[in-house]
Design a protein around this ligand. Structure first.
Ligand code: SIN
Ligand code: FE2
Length: 207
C-alpha cells in the first residue's frame, strides 16, 4: 500500500483506492430508479448453486450467470427488456474515478449492481468475461463496510486486504485487471443512510 495523494492509495500496481470519492446519497436515488425497471434477483452459478449476493444491471450490457455459465446480455432475462440505461451520473462518476486513478478514456457499457446483506460474501474470482482487458474496472461501495481482498494472477497465494467504506471507489486496471479478488463475509452493521446493507456498483467495458 502506498499513499499517492491524500485519500488516494495504491493497493498494488494497477489497483487504486479512492477514499470517499462518490456521493452515495445521489447514487441511491438513481439506483432506486434502475431497480424499479430491473429488480434484484438471485442468480445461479453454472453448477446450479445460488449466488450469495443479489444482483441487477444497467447499461447497454448486463452480466448474468445461469446454468449455461457467465456472460453479458443486452436483454434482462427476468423482464425480457433491455437493461435500464446507465444513469449519466453513474457514467460520469466511473469516468472520473478511472481518470483519478490514471486511466484515460474509460467508457463503461455495463454496470453490475451487487446487493450484500450481513453474512454474504463473494469468493475469489477474476473479472474475465469482457473483451477488452485494457479498460479498467471501477468498483463503487455504498452502505456498510466490507473487507475486499486481492490475491494476484493466480487463485492461490497470500492476499492483501482493503477495507471498503461507503463512498470508496476501487479502480483496477493494468497488471491488476485480471487479479483474483473477492469480498469477505460481511459483518452485521448499520449505515446511517443506507441501512444494514451494502451495495457495490461495478463498471466495466464489456465489448
Ligand atoms: C466484485 O468483485 O464483483 C464485487 C466487489 C465488491 O463488492 O466490492
Ligand atoms: Fe469482481
Amino acid at each position: 500500500m502506498k499513499d499517492l495523494f491524500p485519500g488516494v492509495v495504491e493497493v498494488c500496481p494497477g489497483m487504486v483506492l479512492l477514499n470517499d470519492f462518490a456521493d452515495t446519497a445521489e447514487l441511491a436515488t438513481e439506483l432506486e430508479r434502475v431497480l424499479a425497471a430491473a429488480p434484484l434477483r438471485q442468480m445461479q452459478t453454472s453448477r446450479g448453486f445460488p449466488m450469495s449476493v443479489r444482483t441487477s444491471n444497467c447499461g447497454q450490457l448486463g452480466w448474468i450467470s445461469d446454468r449455461q455459465g457467465y456472460r453479458y446480455t443486452a436483454i434482462d432475462p427476468v423482464t425480457g427488456k433491455p437493461w435500464p440505461a446507465m444513469p449519466s451520473m453513474f457514467q460520469t462518476l466511473a469516468e472520473q474515478a478511472a481518470l483519478a486513478a490514471g486511466f484515460d478514456h474509460f467508457k463503461p457499457d455495463a454496470c453490475l449492481i451487487n446487493y450484500y446483506l450481513p453474512g454474504t460474501q463473494m469468493g475469489a474470482h477474476q473479472d474475465r468475461d469482457e473483451m477488452d482487458f485494457t479498460a479498467p474496472i471501477v468498483s463503487v461501495s455504498m452502505g456498510i463496510d466490507a473487507r475486499f481482498f486481492v490475491i494476484g494472477p493466480e487463485r492461490q497465494g497470500p492476499s492483501t486486504a482493503v477495507d471498503l467504506r461507503d463512498g470508496d471507489v476501487l479502480v483496477f486496471g493494468g497488471p491488476a485487471r485480471r487479479f483474483y479478488h473477492g469480498v469477505r463475509r460481511l459483518k452485521a452493521s448499520e449505515h446511517p443512510r443506507h441501512g444494514a446493507v451494502r451495495w457495490n456498483l461495478t463498471f466495466r467495458k464489456a465489448r
